[in-house]
Unconditional design. Structure first.
Length: 431
């Protein structure tokens, strides 16, 4: 057995919440499946572009039950209400849940598990049958912390709610497995912003899985900013299920970490359900970013609009898979994917794979992907107006990325993300 899996098996035996809410058999089955199938190799299509060999040779201790503090300046500017997790554990000191409107419930998963009610934690009992769902299985076995957010029917939440995840250095490498639930009942609406940040340099592993459940006519705007330490490993997965006329607006900014992999899966089960998901993949140095989209059109007249931009600098590697499936009976579906990428250095590599599979009639569907360099004519135009080369490149790359932010309707949340993106782009220019 690899060092990585040995460490996770040992963590399972130390898990204090292993049997909570009757989940013991489910957790054990998930761990057994991981140990039986092992890590996927490069011949596995879903993991072809994600190198796991170096990770397989590392051992991670579980997250501390009582983490030390961190410099609060790392989360300065993130407003309330917010729930904060430090090195994988709920941080009550930096969290502030005051101001939650009536009809909104936000709790750390550890508190929900302590209630020991299977009805409150039934989302944790989900099984993952494919052998390539390695980190989802690990999450099913080991997750004992996360955020549980529920919004009652008809509640329109003004302003954003913030999930904040902070990594900081401690003795030894740590791993944490966070499980989140975001549930909006019929007619509810909410803006949610996730911040994954580093208080200082570290080399920990974060493995998170988020369930998004949108009831009929519910509307969720969801932003995720991943700006982890340059030595960190981030594995994240989002599974969204949309009922009739539900709307899911989403943006992901992948700005940090040494190795980051994110899977975004959305099942449009209801008639006229809509997903509008944008993203920016910013790879520098020797960073490796891997993003996989899986949009499943099940209901009639469902729609998805996907706009993703990638920047590759240094000796970085970026992989993007955009999969759209339109099932039989999903007539009237409208699906569009655009993935454009810029190579800023000869040593960088970007692989893009748009996939469109259609089994229905009377649909509109299109996808496109490009990998190129900055337009020399645009550079010449800006240089001829007196701009230095670095400033001209900065303006062009910023304009290339910022169009993705339009998916967010909340102006304050959009401005916050723009600041994060600008800071990352400034770092890019000196790599």
């Amino acid at each position: 057995m690899s060092l990585l899996l040995e460490g996770f098996a040992a963590s399972f035996e130390q898990l204090s919440a292993r049997e909570a809410a009757g989940l013991g058999p489910t957790r054990r089955a998930a761990l057994d499946a991981v140990l039986r199938d092992g890590l996927p190799g490069p011949r596995n299509e879903a993991w072809k572009y994600t190198p796991l060999r170096a990770l397989d040779r590392r051992a991670f201790a579980p997250a501390d039950l009582a983490p030390g503090g961190f410099d609060a300046s790392a989360i300065a500017g993130i407003p309330t209400p917010r729930i904060v997790f430090h090195n994988g554990r709920y941080d009550a000191v930096h969290s502030n849940l005051s101001g939650l409107p009536q009809g909104v419930s936000l709790q750390p998963l550890s508190q929900v598990l302590a209630i020991d009610d299977a009805r409150e934690t039934n989302f944790l009992a989900r099984r993952f049958d494919r052998s390539d769902e390695i980190f989802a299985r690990l999450n099913a076995a080991l997750a004992d912390e996360g955020a549980v957010l529920r919004v009652d029917a008809g509640v329109q939440v003004e302003g954003a709610i913030h999930f904040v995840f902070v990594g900081s250095p401690v003795a030894g490498d740590r791993a944490w497995h966070l499980r989140h639930l975001v549930e909006l009942r019929e007619g509810a609406s909410l803006t949610l912003v996730e911040h994954q940040l580093a208080a200082d340099s570290h080399t920990h592993l974060s493995n998170s899985l988020t369930h998004v459940h949108l009831a009929p006519n519910a509307s969720l705007s969801h932003a995720r900013v991943q700006d982890e330490a340059t030595g960190a490993t981030v594995v994240a997965r989002t599974d969204a299920v949309l009922a009739r006329a539900a709307q899911y607006r989403r943006i992901d900014l992948e700005l940090g970490a040494a190795l980051s992999r994110h899977e975004l899966n959305a099942a449009l089960h209801g008639e006229a359900a809509q997903v509008h998901a944008n993203g920016v993949l910013l790879a520098t140095g020797r960073r490796h970013l891997d993003t996989r989209l899986g949009i499943d059109h099940v209901g009639r007249d469902s729609q998805c609009q996907l706009t993703w931009r990638g920047l590759g600098a240094g000796r970085s590697r970026t992989a993007f898979h955009g999969g759209i499936l339109i099932r039989e009976g999903a007539d009237g579906s409208n699906a569009a994917l655009s993935n454009k990428n810029l190579l800023l250095n000869e040593g960088a590599e970007i692989d893009t794979q748009p996939v469109l599979e259609i089994h229905a009639d009377e649909v509109q569907a299109a996808h496109g992907a490009t990998v190129g360099q900055l337009d020399p004519q645009a550079m010449f135009y800006l240089r001829s107006r007196g701009l230095p080369a670095e400033q001209a490149r900065s303006l062009l790359t910023a304009a290339f990325c910022r169009e993705t932010l339009s998916v967010l309707e909340d102006e304050s949340a959009r401005s916050m993300l723009e600041v994060r993106l600008n800071l990352a782009l400034e770092r890019l220019q000196v790599v």
